[in-house]
Design a protein around this ligand. Structure first.
Ligand SMILES: CC(=O)N[C@H]1[C@@H](OP(=O)(O)OP(=O)(O)OC[C@H]2O[C@@H](n3ccc(=O)[nH]c3=O)[C@H](O)[C@@H]2O)O[C@H](CO)[C@@H](O)[C@@H]1O[C@H](C)C(=O)N[C@@H](C)C(=O)N[C@@H](CCC(=O)O)C(=O)O
Ligand SMILES: Nc1ncnc2c1ncn2[C@@H]1O[C@H](COP(=O)(O)OP(=O)(O)OP(=O)(O)O)[C@@H](O)[C@H]1O
Length: 462
């Protein structure tokens, strides 16, 4: 592995040269031009379907060009992190001093896990200087853009399935958005009752040079994928004529991964990012879209409770990132264990085993992840998992049910026996009542959806 300090000396600059918009009748291709002088150039691409009958010329639309430029600004971080050059020169467009601060904030916080896991100590002031060296995008937006309905990004896991279910009354005007479709994303959309006409599937291609440099041991690690979802979904919503971009990020995503620090694997799923993106879009892009997360008021506990009733998705949903390429639950990772634990108060033991294809709760190899998820360790797993408190509430509730009146420890699977023997079990835990009724007021839900979420998801049993 290369040294961070040495790489920054050897490669002092990263250049965002530009982007090309290739417009065809049925699709628009974006190609970015990045370079780390002396190391490599990179040309990642995106393909968006073009469906509107009026055959608009998006390349002539300044709002679209601004969106394309901005997607490049977020895309570049995956390439920058290879050598972390201290200076980033943006030739592709112009940025104000405030915008530069905004991008530095996203990069720095979105790379919190990258710094932590690579053992790099950095600060937000010095890690990067951004130089704006491009032309302002001239203002010639298409004037008659009328936006209505929702664009729902679908990840193939339980959260976006819950959003689709909550929005079933508005099916006619909804559109599902998928980056690089795979089994679970496509099946989720189908099960929710959407046909091809109501899907927007885009193709994102990473540059091969990055993958090659990763193999050679250049710096690699987590990047804020949900920020990619945010910017690219705004392009899709604009092209599809959709007003709302409806994410499925929950309140629990705000909790840091490393206790007592700001390192959060899910930074770009947090409310801090949601609000920052929402405001940036309104201030500097102005596409007319409205970005918010439908599940922001909720905990993962409530989402799991609601999802347990959405049986149409149980055989096809896949939350596991490790198994996502093969469309399977790997059954051995912290994300699989988390989903198993959070669903366990709401489904029977047999149903849980049927979903994951194995009995994780009786697998001693899962003990370390179990300790991390329950807060027995300071660090949560670097995965999209819920808060420590809600995991504990879910476990205690399930143990109540499994042990029954007899309080028979033998009825419990291995991990739950371990939990009781470590003194963590709380009989009839009052904390679970809190999670049934939880409602995070820090959210951007339009009025019409607030009541829907409150009604459907916060009226639990305890
Ligand atoms: C790593 C990643 O973001 N993957 C998403 C990507 O998958 P893709 O097939 O295009 O690439 P990989 O095979 O995963 O990675 C190949 C190498 O390229 C690097 N890389 C990849 C993407 C990127 O944006 N930057 C990169 O530098 C990477 O380091 C490898 O060396 O797109 C898919 C959709 O098309 C996503 O589904 C992939 O997401 C993974 C399942 C995944 O695990 N993503 C994690 C970032 C993750 O934790 N995702 C969270 C979101 C958290 C957040 O936004 O902060 C989640 O989905 O729960
Ligand atoms: N490939 C993708 N295309 C479009 N949107 C995506 C994609 N992957 C993730 N998203 C969006 O990002 C959100 C967060 O991803 P995440 O994987 O946490 O959620 P999920 O797949 O819906 O549920 P789970 O938490 O069970 O995995 C998703 O709900 C979805 O809105």
């Amino acid at each position: 592995m290369f040294s961070y300090t040495q790489l920054r000396k050897d490669y002092p600059e990263f250049i965002y040269h530009g982007y090309q918009i290739k417009e065809e009748k049925e699709r628009i291709c974006l190609e970015y031009d990045f370079e780390i002088p002396g190391l490599s150039s990179f040309h990642p691409t995106w393909e968006f379907p073009k469906k509107d009958e009026e055959n608009r010329k998006y390349a002539d639309d300044s709002t679209f060009r601004n969106l394309a430029f901005s997607l490049g600004m977020v895309e570049l971080i995956s390439y920058w992190k290879i050598a972390c050059p201290p200076k980033v020169i943006v030739e592709a467009g112009a940025l104000t001093a405030e915008q530069i601060l905004w991008w530095k904030d996203l990069y720095f916080n979105g790379l919190g896990e990258f710094y932590y896991t690579n053992g790099i100590s950095e600060n937000q002031e010095d890690f990067m200087e951004i130089v704006s060296a491009g032309q302002e995008i001239s203002a010639d937006a298409l004037s008659d853009r009328r936006l209505e309905g929702c664009l729902v990004p679908v990840g193939g896991g339980k959260d976006s399935a819950v959003t689709l279910s909550l929005l079933k009354g508005e099916k006619e005007t909804n559109c599902c958005y998928i980056i690089n479709p795979r089994g679970a994303t496509l099946k989720t959309v189908e099960r929710a009752g959407y046909g091809e006409a109501q899907m927007c599937c885009v193709k994102r291609t990473l540059d091969k040079n990055m993958l090659e440099l990763n193999k050679q041991g250049y710096l690699n690690g987590h990047t804020p994928f949900s920020a990619i979802v945010a910017f690219s979904a705004t392009i899709a919503a604009y092209m599809e004529g959709k007003k709302y971009i409806v994410l499925s990020n929950e309140s629990s995503a705000n909790e840091s991964t490393v206790e007592g620090s700001t390192v959060n694997h899910q930074y770009s799923k947090s409310f801090r990012f949601e609000k920052a993106f929402h405001d940036y879009e309104a201030e500097y892009i102005g596409s007319g879209t409205y970005y918010f997360s439908m599940l922001r008021p909720l905990s993962e506990f409530q989402i799991a409770g609601y999802f347990a009733k959405c049986r149409e998705f149980h055989d096809i949903f896949r939350s596991c990132n490790a198994g996502s390429k093969e469309d399977k639950w790997c059954g051995h990772c912290p994300k699989c264990l988390f989903v198993c634990l959070i669903l366990s108060p709401f489904l029977s033991g047999e149903e849980i085993i049927r979903i994951f294809g194995r009995d994780m709760l009786n697998d001693p190899d899962m003990t370390e992840d179990f300790r991390k998820l329950t807060g027995m360790e300071k660090e949560k797993p670097f995965e999209c998992v819920g808060s420590r408190d809600e995991v504990n509430a879910a476990i205690s509730l399930t143990i109540d049910r499994m042990m029954g009146q007899e309080k028979d420890l033998k009825k419990l699977p291995g991990l739950f026996r371990y939990y009781v023997l470590n003194g963590l079990y709380r009989e009839n835990d009052p904390a679970s009542g809190r999670f049934f009724r939880y409602f995070d007021e820090e959210n951007l839900l339009p009025e019409r959806y607030l009541e829907l979420v409150r009604r459907e998801c916060t009226k639990g049993e305890r």
